[in-house]
Design a protein around this ligand. Structure first.
Ligand SMILES: C[S@@+](CC[C@H](N)C(=O)[O-])C[C@H]1O[C@@H](n2cnc3c(N)ncnc32)[C@H](O)[C@@H]1O
Length: 283
């Protein structure tokens, strides 16, 4: 079964064919990869074969593996993933790591995640900052539902609120930490991306105008009012966008404190702070 599925997935252009075949079969049989290999002489029932073929067919059409399996791991936590949510990327763990490091010894009380999707950024941070309360918002009601379910499944619902909103319009109050991984793909680049992304991930989670910066512009304008004095913002950025995003934040009077690279050495995160009320602006 595994060998045959691997050949079919390779033929469909899936790079990680062997791995994906194993993960799909493991999901059908409720086994991890080690058990699966150890049980390689087991005969599958007709029902198991039918279930395997159904999931495999979805992956063969190049649907992302996380959508096929219905969940994925991020920050060592298990997140439900649907067609309405971006599949959380390992790159985004760089943002979680960066804001945790920037607030080490100074955990926030109130946290905001703009464009929460599965809730992966908000909920990972709340799992680390045990005394914090957080708000995740998304324009997509379907994504917001998934984030709310993830909050419950992870036992974080009492410290997380999920709302449907167009960025921060309608929000009142300030936050000690704001994070966002907004859409950042330039319109014209979408068609050139892998079919998993271009055909199956929600377009509204991906594309942000002609230069990919439209949503950073809107978010940057809102940040001075959203951040508490001394508050921190961490934004995930696309490859080559860090400089432009840092400029947008500076133009709003925020102090850019640095950028952080991901494991592929791409500048992936821009960090900035709102001045404390009594810090003079230097010229
Ligand atoms: C790149 S995805 C990030 C999802 C999640 N935070 C993550 O890191 O995996 C961007 C998210 O922003 C949401 N979004 C796009 N435009 C928005 C808007 N104007 N207001 C609120 N959310 C928006 C999308 O629905 C999507 O869930």
């Amino acid at each position: 079964m595994l060998a045959g599925a691997t050949v079919r997935l390779s033929g469909a252009g899936v790079d990680s064919a062997r791995l994906d075949a194993g993960l799909i079969l493991g999901a059908v049989l409720g086994m991890d990869r080690a058990t699966l290999l150890a049980e390689n002489t087991r005969r599958l029932s007709g029902q198991e074969i039918a279930r395997f073929e159904a999931l495999l067919a979805r992956r063969l059409e190049r649907r992302p593996l996380a959508q096929v399996l219905g969940h994925r791991e991020f920050w060592s936590l298990d997140f439900l993933v649907t067609e309405a949510t971006l599949d959380p990327r390992p790159d985004s763990e760089t943002l979680v790591e960066a804001v945790l490091a920037a607030r080490q010894g100074n955990p926030p009380a109130r946290l905001l995640d703009l464009g929460t999707g599965t809730g992966c950024l908000l909920l990972s941070l709340l799992s680390e900052w045990r005394g914090a309360w957080g708000l995740g918002l998304d324009r997509s009601p379907e994504a917001a539902k998934v984030a709310a379910r993830n909050a419950s499944r992870l036992g974080l619902a009492s410290r997380a609120a999920i709302v449907v909103a167009d960025w921060s319009s309608g929000l009142r109050g300030t936050f000690d930490v704001v994070v966002a991984n907004p859409p950042y793909i330039p319109e014209a680049d979408l068609a050139g991306l892998a079919p998993e992304v271009a055909r199956f991930e929600p377009r509204t989670a991906l594309v942000a105008g002609a230069d990919g910066l439209d949503d950073y512009r809107r978010i940057a304008r809102a940040l001075p009012e959203l951040l508490a004095p001394g508050g921190l913002v961490g934004l995930e950025v696309g490859s080559g966008q860090a400089g432009a995003v840092a400029e947008l934040l500076s133009a709003e009077g925020l102090l850019v404190s640095g950028t952080v690279r991901d494991l592929a050495m791409v500048e992936r995160v821009v960090l900035a702070k709102k001045r404390l009320a009594n810090t003079p602006i230097s010229h």
